[in-house]
Design a protein around this ligand. Structure first.
Ligand SMILES: C[S@@+](CC[C@H](N)C(=O)[O-])C[C@H]1O[C@@H](n2cnc3c(N)ncnc32)[C@H](O)[C@@H]1O
Length: 206
């Protein structure tokens, strides 16, 4: 059997993120994960949060089998089959019928800097469409912040991303928050995470 794809970063950050999710999320609900990647987060969080049902997704169809394999290997029974979802698509998911349920949480880690800037507005608008009234959008990753010295690691990561693809790059938190506001979402909490990452929590503006 082929080994499942690994993400060393996801292996390192999955427990610190889970520790914050436990403080942010209620005991139960349905979560939509955007950009699940290898599926390591989906498998880890669903196994640790039995009151939640987890819906993994990714824009890359080739990622879906590994996501399914990781989640099945975790033994968690509260993970749905992964579906294709490109945040830029006119409807979520990208194929088949649009979601009709509202999600209690939408979780998106490490996508905004590895995709064109337009995905930020798409993430915010889609989240506003699909979140339950009290639901939260959680984003995780590196950010630039006005008035905060960028760590050398994030500065060189930003440069390397832009070299790989000029439309990629570490995003300014102020720009992300502005896109959220345009969609009717407001930044509720900012959690500092290891390795100069942030976990941001957005909810509907009052
Ligand atoms: C660096 S990986 C992050 C994976 C995982 N969330 C993590 O933190 O380990 C970035 C992911 O974003 C996905 N992605 C890129 N553009 C996207 C889009 N427009 N809509 C949804 N997902 C996208 C990629 O397919 C990839 O799986």
């Amino acid at each position: 059997m082929q080994p499942l794809p690994h993400s060393p970063a996801a292996d390192r950050n999955k427990q610190p993120i889970l520790d914050v999710l436990r403080t942010v999320l209620p005991a139960r609900g349905i979560a939509l994960e955007i950009a699940s990647g290898t599926g390591r987060h989906a498998a880890w969080f669903a196994a640790a949060l039995p009151g939640w049902t987890w819906q993994p997704t990714d824009a890359d169809a080739d990622a879906l089998p590994a996501i399914a394999a990781w989640t099945s290997q975790s033994g968690a029974t509260n993970v749905r089959a992964p579906v294709l979802l490109d945040v830029m698509a006119p409807q979520w998911p990208s194929q088949g019928a649009a979601f009709t349920e509202r999600f209690d949480a939408i979780y998106c880690a490490n996508m905004l800097h590895i995709s064109p800037w337009e995905t930020c507005a798409a993430l915010m608008q889609g989240s506003a469409r699909h979140l339950a009234p009290q639901g939260v959008l959680i984003t995780y990753g590196p950010y630039l912040e006005d008035g905060v010295t960028t760590s050398p690691g994030n500065a060189s990561f930003d440069a390397s991303l832009r070299q790989r693809n000029p439309s990629w790059g570490v995003r300014r938190i102020e720009d992300v928050t502005q896109e959220a506001q345009r969609a009717g979402l407001t930044l509720r909490a900012r959690h500092e995470m290891p390795a100069n990452n942030l976990l941001l929590v957005f909810g509907r503006a009052a």
